[in-house]
Design a protein around this ligand. Structure first.
Ligand code: PMP
Length: 288
């Protein structure tokens, strides 16, 4: 496997970054998780735009243009002969002195890995996922805007660990006010009386690219949609629930904290948007 690292494609065994890299020392950096489906990169431009906004928000200047990043991302797939892949594009603050000061890091590190990902076993796509609410709260937007896709994932990792200890593969994270923010690496949608609902970034959700695709699909399929605050009550009383993410795609949720959601089976609207999503990813996108 070849990995892009700071200007060249190198063998996986040689793709190494400095121990002084602030991405490693402090989680100071940003990333994107991107999907290649049947030779097409899904929503590449949206991913690169979100990366640029994340960079802007942390005052990090990406040393490559959008076109260059786009070309490198395509090449990472081509060079590894991939048709279907998960691509990880990372820009760190780069190597610097010990101490937080990002302005003492002269050169950001850029790397791109194109590989495989399988987040959940197929049975959960067929039968639904049982998830739990965890005690760890999502860091609020006033402390760390959830719209920044940063390398700081400890908040989510703590939640993921708690989920595992409760025997679940994914967790609902509430914000400090007790509203649903999102899951550890996925956005949350519910269906209530035919209306599709998801949480806004102001409540601690990442503006997911898959989330955006599902909203567009809902509009095309004339499924009423609203972005709104949600509580656990809304999930308890929902007819359907599903999660979205680049890695997870669209996965039905049939239980929260041991409570059955809706009929206990993946819902009809979930199935409809999932089918439309599967179609869309095969035809839409940037040809590598
Ligand atoms: N929330 C979090 C915290 C994430 O890390 C992700 C990405 N896996 C998502 C939501 C979903 O975003 P996207 O659809 O862009 O992958």
């Amino acid at each position: 496997m070849k990995v892009y690292l700071d200007g060249a494609f190198v063998d996986k065994s040689e793709a190494k970054v400095s121990v002084f890299d602030h991405g490693l020392l402090y989680g100071d950096g940003i990333f994107e998780g991107i999907r290649l489906y049947d030779g097409n990169i899904f929503r590449l431009d949206e991913h690169l735009e979100r990366l640029e906004y994340s960079a802007k928000a942390i005052l990090l200047s990406i040393p490559l243009t959008r076109k260059e990043l786009s070309d490198i991302t395509c090449e990472a797939c081509r060079i590894n002969n991939l048709k279907d892949a998960y691509i990880r594009l990372v820009v760190t603050r780069g190597p610097g002195d010990l101490g937080l000061a990002p302005w003492l890091c002269p050169k950001p590190t850029v790397f791109v890995i194109a590989d495989k990902i399988a987040l959940y076993p197929q049975e959960h796509y067929d039968n639904g996922l049982a998830i739990v609410t965890v005690p760890t709260r999502r860091i609020g937007p006033a402390s760390l805007p959830s719209t920044i896709k940063s390398l700081n994932y400890l908040n989510n990792i703590l939640a993921k660990i708690e989920a595992k200890q409760f025997g679940a593969l994914e967790a609902i994270m509430l914000n400090e006010q007790g509203f649903v923010a999102e899951c550890t690496a996925d956005n949350v949608f519910i269906v209530h009386k035919g209306v599709l609902l998801t949480t806004p970034s102001s409540q601690g959700a990442l503006e997911g690219i898959t989330r955006g695709a599902i909203i567009a699909i809902a509009q095309e399929l004339n499924i009423p949609f609203k972005e709104t605050s949600l509580t656990r009550y809304d999930i308890w009383c929902a007819d359907e629930c599903f999660l979205t993410g680049t890695g997870a795609e669209v996965i039905p949720v049939t239980k929260l904290d041991g409570r059955v959601i809706g009929t206990g089976r993946p819902g009809q609207i979930t199935a409809k948007v999932l089918e439309a999503f599967r179609k869309r990813v095969r035809i839409e996108g940037t040809r590598i």
